[in-house]
Design a protein around this ligand. Structure first.
Ligand SMILES: C[S@@+](CC[C@H](N)C(=O)[O-])C[C@H]1O[C@@H](n2cnc3c(N)ncnc32)[C@H](O)[C@@H]1O
Length: 216
């Protein structure tokens, strides 16, 4: 695995993808999946909370949580184009001094990154082959909540993802999508002392599972 851009992430999440995501957030705001996370977390007394968003893309999720009262955010993304877009979005929303961004693979760089009250991974583990390493590193950094979204492991979703991965291979793209087992996500976090306190579904065919774990 390339140390700086595992799974072809920097190529997949490039400047054009970042521009598209920025435009969509500026026009329509958060999509329903991310909005469910913000709605749940903002009911949990997050005033002055610190955030760590892994694979945050343009940063919309943590910036919305800052609007809801969170104090500071650190973002780590393997895509340099997304980190650049997140930096400019945070500045344009007046949060430039309250955020800090790093480019890199969080599972490889976790020792450089401080812990936070809330760790967020929205549509991230499905872009990374080693779910256990990424979720374990995330859990180690989460002082209160670890919130994730990922595709449900149903037959139609697995078939669709296999098809997309074949297309990626045909076009010689390094990027692949992974449908990890939700039970293994829960087991990994449970072994670190977390319990699942919220779950919901969103997206076409309820394809995204939204899960929030709390440190007990
Ligand atoms: C599908 S995008 C999701 C972006 C954003 N969270 C959203 O939902 O709009 C996945 C993001 O996760 C990042 N990513 C995946 N694995 C990562 C890892 N191990 N460390 C850091 N970033 C990672 C990718 O670079 C990409 O920006």
């Amino acid at each position: 695995m390339n140390c700086c851009s595992p799974n072809g992430l920097d190529e997949m999440f490039n400047e054009s993808a970042a521009r598209k995501d920025l435009k969509s957030y500026r026009k329509k705001g958060l999509d329903r999946r991310a909005r469910r996370l913000v709605d749940f977390l903002s009911q949990q007394d997050i005033s002055e909370a610190t955030l760590l968003e892994i694979g945050g893309g343009v940063g919309a999720l943590h910036l919305e949580l800052m609007k809801a009262g969170a104090a500071k955010a650190v973002g780590v993304d393997a895509s340099s184009a997304y980190v650049k877009a997140a930096t400019s979005l945070a500045q344009s929303m007046g949060y430039g001094d309250a955020v800090e961004y790093h480019v890199g693979d969080f599972a490889e760089r976790e020792q450089d990154i401080p812990g936070a009250d809330i760790v967020l991974l929205d549509r991230v583990i499905c872009c990374y082959p080693d779910m256990k390493a990424l979720v374990t590193a995330s859990g180690r950094h989460a002082q209160r909540f670890c919130a994730l979204t990922y595709p449900r492991r149903t037959w139609p979703i697995r078939a669709g993802v296999s098809f997309i991965n074949v297309v990626m291979a045909v076009f010689r793209r390094r990027f692949r999508i992974f449908v990890h087992h939700p039970r293994e996500v829960t087991a990994t976090l449970a072994s670190m002392g977390f319990s699942r306190v919220f779950e919901a579904y969103a997206g076409f065919g309820r394809m995204w599972e939204i899960a929030v774990y709390q440190r007990q």
